[in-house]
Design a protein around this ligand. Structure first.
Ligand SMILES: *Cc1c(COP(=O)(O)O)cnc(C)c1O
Length: 407
C-alpha cells in the first residue's frame, strides 16, 4: 500500500470512493515473477487473465511488457484486439466460447478446447475451410486426488478425450499445438508439482513431437501485506519455490530438445499480478452504536472490493481526520442496504467521521464484478509516485446504468 499522506493527497484531489492502481509496484512484481521463471526456463511468458481485472490501462501495460492476453469470452477477446494484440498472442480459454472463436483460430490464435462439442465445432470449421491450417490446444482436467472434481477441460484417458483426439487427428488441416490447465484453490507447492507432472504426461501423450506451448494456468500466491498473508497459514511459497517445481521440471523433461525448439511455457496469472496493486479509498460517513455494536458506515461497499473482503480481513489503513480521534472498536460497513455488507470486522483504533478507510488487495475480481446495485462505480487512478496520478477509469454515471433500458 502507499503511505498515509499519499492517500490523503489523492483523496483530496480525486474525492472518495476511489481506486488507486500502483503501477510501479505492479511492474516490480511482474518482473520478479517473469525473471524468476525465466532464469530457469527462458521460454517462459506471462499470459494475463483478463477476467481478473480487465482495466484497459492495465492490459496495455502488460502488452507493453510482452505479456500475452488470456481471454474467456468474445468481450475480452475484442478488448485484446482493440489494444492491438495479434491473434498469436491471445489465448482463448473457457467452456462456452463466443462466435469470435472461428475468426481467432483462422488468424492463428491460441485456443484451448474445453469440451467435445467445442472440438466438433472446430472440426466443422476446418472441414469448411480446407485452405486453412488450424491449430488448437487442449484443456486438461486436473485431478489432484483431493476429493474435488474441477468442471473444466478434458479428463485424460476418458471417452470424451478419446473422441476429441480421434476427430482432431482425423483432419489433415488441424494440429494439436499445446496443452493447458488451470486450477483455483490449489496454491500449495505439492499441487503445482503434481499439476506439472500431469501436464508433461499429457503433452507426451496427446501431441506429436514437441508441443508449441504448455500453459499451467494460474493460482500462485503473489506478494501480500503481512497482515493479509498471515490469514493463509504458514508455508506460503514464493516465486522461486513455484519455479523450482514447474520450470525446472519442464526444463529437465525437454533437456534433449534444442533450447529454441522447447515449448513456450505460460502461466496465466490474474490475482497474482494485480490483486495487491489496487487499493480502495473510502470515507467514514458516520459512527454509531446500536445495542452495543459500534458501526462505521463508509461510502464503499464489499461490492467495490470483491468477494475476498467477506472472507478475509483485507489490509486496512485507517487515516483519522483529526489527530486526537478517539479509539473505537467497531465493524466497518458499506453504503448498500444489505445487512451483510460488512467490509471489516472488529477494527480497533483511532477513528472519527471523515476518516479515510483504505483497503488493500482490491485488484482482483473487484472492478470486474461490481454490479450497478444501488450506486454506479467510482473512478480509478493510476499512481506514478511523487504525487503524480491520472484517471484511468471515470466514475460511472446515471446514463451508464439506464441508457440500456427502454423508457
Ligand atoms: C480465472 C482464470 C485464471 C486467473 O486466475 P486468478 O486466480 O485470477 O489468478 C487463469 N486461467 C484461467 C483459465 C482462468 O479461468
Amino acid at each position: 500500500m502507499l503511505k498515509a499522506d499519499e492517500y490523503k493527497h489523492l483523496a483530496g484531489k480525486f474525492k472518495t470512493p476511489l481506486y488507486v492502481f500502483d503501477q510501479r509496484e505492479f511492474l516490480d512484481n511482474y518482473y520478479e515473477l517473469l525473471n524468476t521463471f525465466r532464469q530457469i526456463y527462458p521460454k517462459y511468458n506471462i499470459s494475463y487473465s483478463y477476467k481478473t481485472n480487465y482495466t484497459p490501462y492495465i492490459c496495455a501495460l502488460v502488452k507493453a511488457q510482452g505479456g500475452y492476453a488470456e481471454v474467456v469470452s468474445d468481450m475480452e477477446y475484442t478488448l485484446a484486439k482493440k489494444l492491438g494484440y495479434k491473434n498469436e498472442q491471445i489465448v482463448y480459454n473457457g467452456p462456452a466460447k463466443g462466435p469470435a472463436l472461428e475468426e481467432h483460430i483462422a488468424k492463428g490464435g491460441i485456443n484451448n478446447i474445453d469440451n467435445p462439442s467445442e472440438a466438433l465445432r472446430i472440426c466443422a470449421f476446418a472441414d469448411a475451410h480446407p485452405e486453412l491450417n488450424i491449430k488448437t490446444g487442449l484443456r486438461i482436467n486436473i485431478d489432484l486426488g483431493r476429493g474435488f472434481t474441477s468442471r473444466f477441460g478434458l479428463e485424460p484417458e476418458s471417452e470424451g478425450m478419446e473422441l476429441v483426439l480421434k476427430e482432431l487427428r482425423a483432419r489433415k488441416n488441424i494440429k494439436i499445438s499445446g496443452v493447458h490447465c488451470h486450477l483455483s484453490h490449489a496454491r500449495d507447492i505439492e499441487a503445482w508439482k503434481k499439476r506439472t507432472e500431469i501436464m508433461l504426461r499429457a503433452a507426451d501423450e496427446y501431441i506429436d513431437g514437441v508441443p508449441e506451448y504448455i500453459s499451467l494456468g494460474s493460482g500462485m500466491f503473489g506478494r501480500m501485506e503481512p497482515s493479509f498473508k498471515a490469514q493463509f497459514g504458514n508455508n506460503i511459497p514464493d516465486y522461486a519455490d513455484y519455479a523450482a517445481v514447474t520450470m525446472a521440471e519442464i526444463k529437465k523433461h525437454y533437456e534433449n530438445v534444442k533450447p529454441e525448439d522447447r515449448p513456450v511455457v505460460f502461466t496465466e496469472p490474474g490475482a497474482t499480478l494485480v490483486s495487491k496493486y489496487i487499493s480502495f479509498i473510502s470515507s467514514v460517513r458516520d459512527i454509531k452504536t446500536l445495542h452495543g455494536r459500534t458501526l462505521a458506515v463508509t461510502d464503499g461497499s464489499f461490492y467495490n472490493l470483491g468477494e475476498v473482503s467477506l472472507k478475509k480481513d483485507l489490509p486496512l489503513m485507517l487515516i483519522p481526520e483529526k489527530e486526537d480521534a478517539e479509539v473505537k472498536e467497531c465493524d466497518i460497513v458499506g453504503y448498500t442496504c444489505l445487512e451483510y455488507d460488512c467490509i471489516y470486522k472488529n477494527y480497533k483504533g483511532p477513528l472519527d467521521v471523515g476518516s479515510l478507510a483504505v483497503f488493500g488487495n482490491a485488484g482482483g475480481y473487484s472492478i470486474v464484478s461490481k454490479p450497478q446495485f444501488i450506486r454506479p462505480n467510482c473512478p480509478m487512478i493510476t499512481y506514478m509516485g511523487n504525487g503524480e496520478a491520472k484517471e484511468i477509469m471515470r466514475a460511472e454515471n446515471f446514463e451508464d446504468v439506464f441508457s440500456k433500458f427502454s423508457f
